[in-house]
Design a protein around this ligand. Sequence first.
Ligand SMILES: Cc1ncc(COP(=O)(O)O)c(C=O)c1O
Length: 370
Amino acid sequence: MGIPFSTPQKEFEQIFDQWLVEVKSIASRGVFVGGQVVEKFERKFAEYCGVKEAIGVGNGTDAIYLALKALNIGPGDEVITVANTFIATVEAIHHTGARPVLVDCKEDSYLIDVDAVTKYINDNTKAIIIVHLYGRMVPATDLFEVACKKGIAIIEDCAQAAGARFDNKSSGNYGTIGCFSFYPDKNLGAIGDGGCITTSNNEVSEKIRKLRNHGGIQKYSHEIPGYNSRLDPIQAAALALKLEHLDDWIKIRRSVAQLYHKYLSDCDSIILPVNPGEEEHSYHLYVIRVKGGRIQRDALHKHLQKKGILTAIHYPLPVHLTPAFSYLGYEEGRFPVSERLANEILSLPMNISITEDDIAFISKEIKAFV
Ligand SMILES: Cc1ncc(COP(=O)(O)O)c(C=O)c1O
């Protein structure tokens, strides 16, 4: 059997019967795109995040892209983000025609170095995308002040951070616009692709509602050139049911993190993630660092796999070293922290069905290996 890395099927089991009822009702009404079920989820999610509006879209990558388009960002503009993120953050910037400007991450949190960001702000800077990576919120209060004074938007990439909070605010209610992914293994995952944009800015929300639906809110009213990027009711029904469990599931994830800490904190050959405080981390991922670099990390990854323990690497290459973004011209060595992390990080199994015995076993195997 082994120990799986993530278990979206276990979360789904908890809503399956109620979801089937919803699906039958969707099928009998024959409304398979948009409609009341999507609107109901959007209301619930906006309330959960504490924002005026949540707008369902096709996936998290579209959420970021449409957020940038709603801010009229395009060729000649610059958008600052972090080198240590999933590729989608930078792809979304690229496809608007704007230039992605990358900065390094911090050694202790693995999150965007907000102090470094100000060095890269110039007259072309239109937005900054902060990424709440691994489920941990970026503490960016000072950056907000700077950005606000200069009229620069802060977009939160909340793909990994549904349910995390900072300064009494939910992810998605912290910047100008929040962008969520509901990819199945996320803390709040759909049963296929899905995404959402949150905002309290009426102008932005109206534009996004048009952009996601061929440029108009009503059918065949094409006010602006738009796209097709919609959350479908079958996903929205699952997400609305799962939202009821999200806080409990995050509590389980936090207790899993505590157990890893209990069993691994005496192991000198690895570095554990720092716990920033009760609410700030939703532990989408539990990422350790393996001293000794890529060879040692990869060997541990393989060793655990042989023992039936599935781990993952988020991510093996920082964005600037991928072939896709070599055109940006950042040479190796430019973002040393992100580059070091890519060699050392290993994400341990993190899910709501892992047991203390599993964690003790994983920890024993890590210690035996290193
Ligand atoms: C940080 C980050 N941003 C954006 C995305 C893109 O989301 P999606 O896969 O739903 O397009 C992901 C998905 O894994 C992500 O982890």
